[in-house]
Design a protein. Structure first.
Length: 391
């Protein structure tokens, strides 16, 4: 490989959340942190170079959005997803979660119903409740070791809702939704006058041979009744730069969103926001392909290792992302006991599956975007804890 993903980088002293949170959450610092959804690989070098070059100028002043920023996004989604986007359809937001919160307040009112599909990315639920909307849960179905949408329940439960938040691809299950599932969502939501927010932050991490399908590209109904949220932050390991964007094809919707943003100057961005996105999308294809190949290798290693050494812990192989959903239900533990097993026995910091909704009980979420030696050490600790437990 041209790029080195085996290099271990010491992130101590950088206020890294995955390290700082160990003591705050678990009261200890001797755990391998495989929980926060960022990568322990070096941020893509062309992004770092763009930042270094900007720092050569000693004035960190107010920074506008150059045309080249928009052009990089247009080119990326066009080549990667065959999606035609114009500059005026793109709106900078300071992160996907803040962007969804902004759009929720723009397009819905307090007391409106918002539907999600648990187990799903946990901020969807607290964004809804903290903004005084009514949360409607449409749980996914577990079929043949993978999540699928419950189409009949979806049609029933969407009635009366104002908003549906789609996780596309799905986190934590790693599902790349089928065209049939996405078309169903598009048709039903359009007919029921329910706006769709499609969180596509993991789109660029879709693992070959799977292909990501942008929701807005599914049909004209999807295109005209949705807000798509995208960002290079996960794929190029730059979430700390808080640079994301919303794409809105419907002119009426985007005028409403633009007015909402302008009222509070919510899209100002910082001095590195736009140049980092431009660098990632302009130079990132080869780096990303190699990163995905390395992640796929880590997933293969974890899957094969656990089948040999901890067979009651099943890997739900992701079709997208470096987040691996572990099915631990065969261990027969309560969620509290399961968390204790991973922390106290295996000395690993993972995400508790129940944080993604009660449907995640019995699961844990593992981040495998680390050098292989780190993943090997973590699996070794897990295997030893499993061996002792099984006696």
């Amino acid at each position: 490989m041209k790029y080195d993903f085996d290099k271990v980088i010491d992130r101590s002293g950088t206020a890294a959340e995955k390290l700082e949170g160990l003591n705050q959450i678990w009261g200890r610092t001797d755990l391998i942190p495989l929980w926060v959804a960022d990568m322990d690989f070096a941020t893509a070098p062309f992004v770092m170079e763009a930042i270094r070059k900007r720092c050569e100028n000693e004035v960190l002043g107010y920074t506008g959005k150059p045309d080249s920023y928009y052009a990089a996004i247009v080119d990326w989604v066009g080549k990667r997803y065959d999606m035609t986007v114009a500059k005026e359809m793109i709106h900078f937001v300071p992160g996907i979660v803040p962007g969804i919160g902004m759009a929720m307040n723009c397009f819905t009112r307090k007391g409106d119903k918002v539907m999600i599909q648990p187990p799903v990315y946990h901020p969807f639920s607290w964004l809804t409740t903290r903004n005084e909307r009514v949360l409607v849960a449409n749980p996914l179905k577990w079929e043949n070791g993978m999540y699928r949408m419950d189409k009949e329940a979806f049609r029933r439960q969407i009635k009366g809702c104002k908003l549906f938040i789609l996780c596309n691809p799905h986190n934590p299950g790693g599902v790349v939704w089928t065209e049939e599932e996405l078309r169903m969502v598009a048709d039903v939501c359009y007919d029921e006058k329910v706006l769709v927010f499609s969180d596509e932050i993991h789109a660029d991490l879709t693992l070959p041979p799977r292909k990501h399908r942008p929701f807005a590209a599914i049909s004209e109904k999807a295109r005209m009744n949705s807000v798509t949220f995208m960002s290079p932050s996960k794929a190029f390991n730059m979430p700390g730069l808080s640079a994301s964007h919303a794409i809105i094809f419907n002119e009426e919707l985007r005028n409403r969103f633009r007015a909402y943003i302008d009222a509070g100057e919510l899209d100002m961005g910082h001095v590195f926001a736009f140049l980092s996105v431009e660098a990632a999308y302009s130079h990132g294809t080869e780096w990303l392909d190699q990163c995905l190949a390395y992640i796929q290798g880590n997933i293969d290693f974890v899957d094969e290792f656990l089948k040999r050494h901890a067979p009651k812990i099943k890997v739900v192989r992701p079709e997208a992302s470096y987040l691996v959903w572990l099915d631990c239900r065969e261990l027969g533990m309560s969620q509290e006991a399961l968390n204790d097993f991973f922390v106290d026995k295996a000395r690993l910091a993972l995400n508790d599956g129940a944080m993604f909704g009660k449907e995640g009980t019995g699961f844990m979420r593992l981040n495998v975007a680390s050098p292989r030696c780190v993943i090997e050490k973590a699996m070794g600790q897990l295997a030893e804890a499993y061996r002792i437990m099984e006696g």
